[in-house]
Design a protein around this ligand. Structure first.
Ligand SMILES: Cc1cc2nc3c(=O)[nH]c(=O)nc-3n(C[C@H](O)[C@H](O)[C@H](O)COP(=O)(O)OP(=O)(O)OC[C@H]3O[C@@H](n4cnc5c(N)ncnc54)[C@H](O)[C@@H]3O)c2cc1C
Length: 578
């Protein structure tokens, strides 16, 4: 009777036909459900697990992801998750957690971050600072908001088992993970956000390319992950509280992120030759933890898993026909730099507005063909940056003297502290990594002749050149410029005497595009955009600006940025003076 009731419930909540079927309820799939749901697109999301992640997973939500959560209206909710608001997010390196502290990089608490960002400029010109929070908490918030959208049906406990593409859509077979019962779902598009072992990717015959297993002293090999509760840690560790604790010694290198600030931690150590995860008992695992601690304390192991560090892989394709892939299904990063889940979030943001525009008739399906050319190069860039960080920390080995008493030990620790300090400042201060990804060369970007800004993890150069994140400023009234943007398209009128908006409004209306006009007289914004008009895409990327070389008519601009022209502004197109 219970099963029949459950099936009936499923039939009520779970339509047989939908516009987009999302497979995978990790950050990528849940974010896409939010992007589409906010636009009224019908979505069925399935995930084979019973619920969102129990394990902490990723530890950092980068600034760009936080800006997207702000755009969706729940950044403040995310920032309230995880550590207490006044808990420092320092990164500290020790020989062992209860022994020598080698170096510490101070980072603000969640409460401080919301204030500090309002006075930051230049390379950290952003609406949000990063938030050091376990992915499990972010997933829960994404889930709540996706499920609250009337057009979205979120269904944990269902696995995709087969799919075929027809001329008009996708026919998918799904199976209840608990009862084994099966159902069919048809959709106009399928999005595979189904993680590293992606069924969708394998069905399409796509392959990861790149480095599948670099070997290093740390962050290059089989890792043991333990989610554990050890409140006594704060009693025995006499060093100031940190968000991330690293050990650097010859016996046990490890990293550990504070999860709730009360005693839950995500502990990761690399297994050494001869240590086999399948034969490690809980008591062995406790010993590994104690080696990092430098003493014994009571711990409760909440879960254990293994994972492979050292991968820098990107799939050869992100799309075929009506089937798209995003997140770990198409790119695997070593977690150094903390960009794996954040890259997955931006995949969802990129495809979200495009799918919605096509499904609502505002753009031709050609717009969807720009997803892979825009996102695949970013995935390659991000895997390469993450790999550099992994080399920097993983190939640097402790000397035997690091734990010695006396002057030789002191000198070894000073040297290690200096190296690890500069490494941490590079790995954990990454405005360029998170804010600097660009879509140069995309056919829906009206490029101009300005040089492409430098691309380095620690340096972000705000630029109004089309193809990059819209430069951000704080306005005189204290608002973020981003908070003035429309949810879809925005035309920024900049400076004291910008051109009239009417021709652009008319051109957007002719294509049924939702365009908000924002007048911004702020001189800093005018300087940053180097133009008096800038067209901002729904994903807050500059699509076009009014430079001398850009002589496109408003009609041609909107045709180009919605995929109707299929070539860049360098091609022959109607021109006008304005
Ligand atoms: C130890 C560790 C630390 C990390 N630290 C960071 C960090 O600090 N910062 C960062 O950005 N990233 C980090 N990452 C990476 C991050 O966790 C992943 O990049 C992120 O989870 C990818 O999200 P996703 O939605 O693409 O895939 P996943 O989170 O893997 O979600 C995929 C979902 O698909 C479901 N699924 C799979 N197959 C099917 C099917 N056939 N039918 C239905 N459902 C299916 C799965 O159940 C799963 O829920 C870390 C990863 C690890 C392992």
């Amino acid at each position: 009777v219970k099963h029949v009731q459950e099936e009936r419930q499923v039939c009520v909540e779970f339509p047989e036909a939908t516009q987009v079927l999302i497979v995978g309820g990790g950050p990528c799939g849940l974010m896409l459900a939010n992007e589409l749901g906010r636009r009224g697109i019908e979505v069925v999301l399935i995930d084979q697990k019973a619920t969102t992640a129990f394990n902490p997973q990723a530890n950092a939500t980068q600034a760009r992801s936080m800006e997207h959560f702000r755009r969706l209206g729940f950044a403040h909710e995310i920032r309230s998750q995880g550590l207490p608001e006044d808990y420092p997010t320092d990164i500290a390196y020790f020989t062992r957690y209860t022994e020598h502290e080698l170096v510490r990089v101070h980072l603000p608490s969640a409460k401080e971050a919301t204030e500090i960002i309002k006075n930051m400029q230049g390379t950290w010109s952003a609406a949000e600072l990063p938030h050091r929070v376990s992915q499990k908490f972010v997933e829960a918030v994404l889930h709540t908001h996706a499920a609250a959208q009337p057009s979205v049906s979120v269904n944990f406990g269902w696995a995709l088992t087969a799919f075929t593409e027809t001329e008009t859509g996708i026919e998918a077979a799904i199976q209840n993970s608990r009862t084994g019962s099966t159902r069919k779902v048809s959709a106009q598009y399928l999005f595979g956000a189904d993680g590293p072992r992606s069924f969708v990717r394998r069905q399409l015959g796509f392959f990861y390319e790149g480095d599948g297993g670099a070997e290093r002293d740390f962050m290059g090999g089989k890792m043991l992950a333990m989610y554990l509760r050890a409140p006594a840690f704060y009693d025995v560790c006499q060093h100031p509280k940190s968000w991330m604790y690293w050990t650097f010694n010859n016996q046990r290198r490890a990293l550990m992120a504070a999860v709730d600030g009360k005693g839950e931690f995500a502990f990761h150590t690399q297994l050494k030759p001869g240590e086999d995860a399948s034969t490690i008992s809980d008591s062995d695992a406790q010993t590994l933890f104690e080696q990092a601690m430098g003493c014994s304390i009571p711990i409760e192991i909440l879960s254990r898993d293994t994972w492979l560090a050292g991968r820098a892989l990107v799939a050869d394709h992100f799309q075929r026909g009506r089937v798209f892939l995003g997140g770990d299904a198409v790119h695997l990063l070593t977690p150094t730099g903390g960009m794996g889940y954040n890259t997955a979030i931006e995949d969802a943001v990129n495809i979200g507005w495009k799918l919605a525009a096509v499904l609502t008739g505002q753009a031709p399906s050609a717009l969807l063909e720009t997803y892979e050319p825009e996102r695949r190069p970013v995935a390659q860039r991000n895997t390469a940056f993450a790999r550099r960080f992994a080399d920097s920390i993983g190939l640097y080995r402790p000397t035997p003297a690091i734990e010695s008493d006396g002057p030789a030990g002191d000198a070894a620790r000073r040297r290690a502290g200096a190296y690890l300090g500069q490494h941490a400042r590079a790995e954990f201060n990454i405005p360029g990594f998170t804010l600097g990804a660009r879509y140069d060369g995309s056919t829906i970007i009206a490029d101009d002749a300005a040089p492409i800004p430098p691309d380095a993890p620690t340096v972000y150069v705000p630029s109004g050149k089309p193809g990059g994140r819209a430069p951000h400023v704080w306005l005189a009234d204290g608002r973020s410029l981003y908070d003035t943007f429309g949810f879809e398209w925005t035309l920024l009128r900049l400076g004291a005497n910008p051109p009239a908006a009417e021709p652009y409004v008319a051109a957007a209306q002719a294509l049924r595009l939702d365009l908000r006009i924002v007048d911004c007289a702020d001189p800093e914004a005018h300087d940053l955009y180097e133009s008096d008009l800038a067209l901002i895409r729904p994903d807050q990327v500059v699509a076009w600006r009014n430079t001398d070389r850009s002589m496109l008519t408003p009609e041609a601009i909107f045709a180009l940025v919605t995929g109707r022209l299929g070539h860049t502004s360098n091609g022959s197109m109607p021109v006008t003076e304005h």
